[in-house]
Design a protein around this ligand. Structure first.
Ligand code: 13P
Length: 241
């Protein structure tokens, strides 16, 4: 039985004080799923210090341990801040900062060494989706990202780029079929037993109205939520789907 995991990705939004108020509100309730927030770097320490139940994670880290990489954030500091997880390979990072499958793979390995859960994001573009390349693109991203990686300690997030921030959610059928494909690919790289343990999230215009249907899908174990995680009432509705 896989424990559901819903993570709010605040991206480059939310001031520190507002984030702490939000977290305080979130912590008033109890959940039988994992709930997480990925916030901006400067908010990570106060958020983690205040969090009792909610998992706190970074949105990115560097693929080197330390050195002359101005402006970057090391896995060692994430560890020192006792963070629970870190997003890796979000499509916005792949798209705007040229992140490759190779750097994604390096980051995952560094995070696992420090016992921080990598939330590995994969997803195809609109063009690839329309050209029916989804299977090929996703399988390749999974294979390269997870090379020599202990995948049972990772969370995978399937986020079709065409559904991010566009209001166009993948139908539960599409989301389920790609999440199924990801699980099959992981099984072929490891074993069915391991693949059945890995939690796979869907992300892309998830909201309080569509969460229930998505979470009812066999291979969807959670959600990675952008816009709807910025409003406390929406996010609370989401996590109590
Ligand atoms: P939206 O929920 O705003 O579409 O964003 C999804 C996302 O990118 C989460 O990482």
């Amino acid at each position: 039985m896989r424990k559901p995991i819903i993570i709010g990705n605040w991206k480059m939004n939310m001031q520190i004080a507002d984030g702490l108020v939000f977290l305080n509100d979130l912590e008033k309730e109890s959940y039988n799923i994992d709930v997480g927030i990925a916030c901006q770097a400067i908010s990570l320490i106060p958020m983690k210090e205040q969090a009792k139940k909610v998992l706190i994670g970074a949105q990115n880290t560097n693929d080197e341990l330390n050195g002359a990489y101005t402006g970057e954030l090391s896995v060692d500091l994430l560890k020192e801040a006792e963070l629970d997880f870190c997003l890796v390979g979000h499509s916005e990072r792949r798209q705007y900062y040229n992140e490759s499958d190779e750097t994604v793979n390096k980051k995952i390995k560094l995070l696992l060494e420090k016992q921080i859960t990598p939330v590995v994001c994969v997803g195809e573009s609109l063009e690839q989706y329309e050209n029916k390349q989804t299977k090929e693109v996703i399988e390749k991203q999974i294979e390269l990202a997870l090379q020599d990686v202990d995948v049972k300690n990772c969370v995978i997030a399937y986020e079709p780029i065409w559904a991010i921030g566009t209001g166009k959610t993948a139908t539960p059928e599409i989301a389920q079929s790609v999440c199924r494909l990801i699980r099959k690919k992981i099984a072929s790289l490891t074993s069915v037993e391991i693949a059945n343990k890995v939690r796979i999230q869907y992300g892309g215009s998830v909201n309080p109205e569509n969460i229930k249907e998505l979470m009812a899908c066999e291979d969807i174990d959670g959600a990675l939520v952008g816009g709807a995680s910025l409003k406390i009432n929406d996010f609370k509705k989401l996590i109590s789907y």
